[in-house]
Design a protein around this ligand. Structure first.
Ligand SMILES: CSC[C@H]1O[C@H](OP(=O)(O)O)[C@H](O)[C@@H]1O
Length: 350
């Protein structure tokens, strides 16, 4: 199941708001439509958002292509600005757009426009290919944590549908399953948009991985009853001290894991780290509309006019995180120092 497909002229996005009942691809031929898909969570998940934005940037650059170099640069700035405005929390969106803008800054006054457009497409393709490679590398490091069959709880969807392929948290689970070390996966349904019920349960069932769906308020009880050996979740932004933003409800799962002395792992590529943010206090938390909370599958489930608070993410302080699984290995506390070393490794690889 591919979250997106690039054919050289358009980006086809698997419409995740329709899953699991309907498998439908949206053929996007302009950057605004991809931006709209990110806003509406037709495509969602930090790495998937980053890759989709990179291809949107390619389409936007082609739409902006004109002989006047200054006008082209002005247009591309507005394409970049629009894409950056689509969702605020997943840093992969901004990381990917920085990668694309760097091509413009480094090359735009050195090469002809057709060659620049080709370079941009190569960069977007590289971002997508790297996501696939990184997910598999990270999965091997994560699976090595488990030497015998375990039951895992996960929250939201950090699978192939949240990335270009394979997944981060679900990538670790897929690898551990292939090594015979997954007994069962508990998937939190993940209110209000049900990424766990609609997407994680769907992905794992498709892969014949034993998955049990639970409502979010059951996580504590399955832990209390010793039905969970470890928790693995994804991430949308990790601060320089290891504080991690992820889907709303993750913080509660982390506290429950701590209370029940269950290892709590975050799985995320290096592109999810925000080295400019000292702690999680500074991570912008997206707030979404009330309809998502007052309606369940389109049916009103709360009184008219009720006040609603709908933060799409929360932040788990680093002290509740047992390890952060990356393509560079599993980071352990003291995260400040380990994340600095990760940053140095990234710069060496550049
Ligand atoms: C592999 S990152 C997935 C990450 O993104 C999800 O948020 P959303 O569905 O709103 O894009 C959730 O936080 C996942 O853990």
């Amino acid at each position: 199941m591919q979250s997106m497909l690039w054919d050289g002229q358009s980006l086809s996005l698997l419409n995740q708001t329709k899953l699991p009942a309907v498998v439908e691809y949206l053929k996007c031929t302009d950057y605004e439509r991809i931006g709209e898909a990110i806003k509406k969570l037709e495509v969602r998940g930090a790495p998937a958002i980053g890759a989709a934005a990179a291809f949107a940037f390619v389409l936007g650059a082609r739409q902006s292509a004109k002989s006047d170099r200054l006008l082209f640069l002005k247009d591309i700035e507005s394409v970049d600005g629009y894409l950056r405005s689509t969702r605020p929390t997943a840093v992969n969106l901004f990381w990917a757009l920085d990668q694309m803008m760097n091509v413009i800054k480094e090359q735009s006054d050195r090469i002809e426009l057709p060659n620049l457009l080709n370079l941009l497409e190569q960069k977007a393709l590289f971002i997508a290919a790297e996501d696939k490679r990184v997910n598999h590398t990270m999965a091997e490091f994560g699976a090595a944590l488990f030497k015998e069959p375990v039951s895992i709880l996960t929250h939201c969807n950090a699978g192939a549908l949240a990335t270009v392929e394979w997944g981060t948290a679900l990538g670790v689970i897929r690898q551990a399953f292939s090594e015979g070390n997954i007994k069962r996966v508990f998937a939190d349904e993940t209110r209000p948009l049900l990424q766990g019920a609609r997407l994680t349960a769907f992905e794992l069932q498709q892969d014949h991985i034993p998955v049990t769906l639970i409502t979010d308020n059951m996580a504590g009880w399955v832990m209390k009853n010793k039905m969970v050996d470890a928790v693995i979740v994804g991430a949308d932004r990790i601060a320089a001290n290891g504080d991690t933003a992820n889907k709303i409800g993750t913080y509660s799962v982390a506290l429950l894991s701590h209370m029940h002395q269950i290892p709590f792992y975050v799985a995320a590529p290096a592109s999810t780290f925000d080295f400019s943010m000292a702690t999680g206090e500074q991570i912008p938390i997206e707030e979404r509309g009330e309809f998502e909370v007052t309606h369940f599958q389109g049916i009103q489930s709360a009184p008219d006019g009720i006040a609603v608070f709908n933060p799409a993410f929360d932040v788990t302080p680093n002290q509740y995180i047992t390890g952060i699984i990356t393509e560079y290995g599993v980071l352990k506390p003291n995260y400040q120092e380990e994340i600095k070393q990760l940053k140095d490794k990234m710069e060496e690889n550049r």
